[in-house]
Design a protein around this ligand. Structure first.
Ligand code: FMN
Length: 183
């Protein structure tokens, strides 16, 4: 059976540039026989300990998607130098036990391989990548050392379309190579 990678795009925007990046990576993985899918976490309620047990159906859904994947690949923008709220909310949910009284992230999260990439402005997503790396490590995920942050070209803001440059593609191709070696 093919291995599966679940993409988590940090932007919920329909024409997200980060989604474009995720789709590029996804194609490279599919060419290597790896199955890919994209997580829909747009309906997740805000984390609230009052509603954790039993968890809402939307939470069950994303947990099952994470459970069914051999690895996660997060592709995220930078919001005010940090992790976008919706993405942080998703991570908070999967960092919590499924059974009341247990502690920490569930077994299907702990040790799971996770890669991180992102596209932002001049920072090349370096701030969000640093922040999310700390978060994922604290949650017990197995963070891929190679992380790629890219800068948006002015053209993307003018046209609403992000065309990756050849140089950016090379960086992502290398991240894919390192990922596959570890997968
Ligand atoms: C709330 C908010 C905060 C932002 N903060 C940053 C930032 O700190 N650094 C940055 O480079 N871009 C920032 N941006 C601009 C995003 O990089 C830009 O909107 C990008 O297109 C978002 O990614 P997406 O196309 O995948 O939705 C911010 C955008 C929003 C909506």
């Amino acid at each position: 059976m093919n291995k599966k990678v679940l993409f988590v795009v940090g932007s919920l925007r329909e024409k997200s540039f980060n989604r474009t990046v995720a789709e590029y990576i996804s194609k490279r993985l599919e060419e290597k026989g790896i199955e890919t899918s994209f997580l829909d976490y747009s309906k997740l309620p805000f984390m609230n300990q009052d509603i954790e047990f039993p968890a809402p159906i939307e939470v069950e859904k994303v947990r099952n998607d994470v459970k069914g994947a051999d690895a996660l690949w997060i592709v995220t923008p930078e919001y005010n130098g940090s992790v976008p709220g919706a993405l942080k909310n998703f991570l908070d949910w999967i960092s919590r036990p499924v059974v009341k009284g247990n502690f920490g992230a569930p077994e299907f999260v702990k040790g799971k391989l996770v890669a991180v990439s992102g596209v932002a402005g001049k920072s090349e997503a370096s701030l969000v990548i640093t922040e999310i790396s700390g978060l994922l490590t604290r949650m017990g995920l197995n963070l891929l050392e190679e992380k790629v942050g890219l800068s948006l070209l002015v053209e993307a803001f003018q046209t609403g379309v992000f065309n990756l440059s050849d140089e950016q593609k090379v960086k992502l191709d290398n991240e894919v190579k390192v990922f596959i070696e570890k997968f």
